[in-house]
Design a protein. Structure first.
Length: 109
């Protein structure tokens, strides 16, 4: 019986590990598509949201925030799959790269 319990524990651990892995390709694709969308929208939003941080998901602007940390926190709370990006609204769009997607909770920057 002890052997079976240990075996079940190992299976649960593997299942959790698989659920926590998000393919890097999916994240990068989301970031790239959001950046392209953001750059197209930038002329329309610049006057009203200059200096703010836009939270984007699936090529849509979800909301604007005063700080990047507020935008990342909101993204983490809204999207458990972490597939979103954050861009600052400035005269010229900036590719924030991997900083664009939400950092896993508890990670340091």
């Amino acid at each position: 019986m002890a052997y079976r319990a240990r075996d079940d524990s190992k299976r649960r651990t593997n299942k959790v590990a698989k659920m926590n892995r998000q393919p890097t390709v999916d994240r990068q694709k989301e970031i790239d598509q959001n950046l392209e969308f953001f750059l197209r929208e930038l002329p329309k939003i610049l006057a009203d949201h200059n200096g703010k941080y836009a939270l984007l998901r699936h090529q849509k602007i979800i909301a604007y925030y005063d700080t990047v940390s507020d935008a990342v926190s909101a993204g983490n709370q809204l999207y458990s799959d972490r597939l979103f990006s954050v861009q600052q609204v400035t005269q010229s769009g900036t590719d924030l790269g991997y900083f664009s997607y939400a950092v896993p909770l508890g990670a340091t920057q």
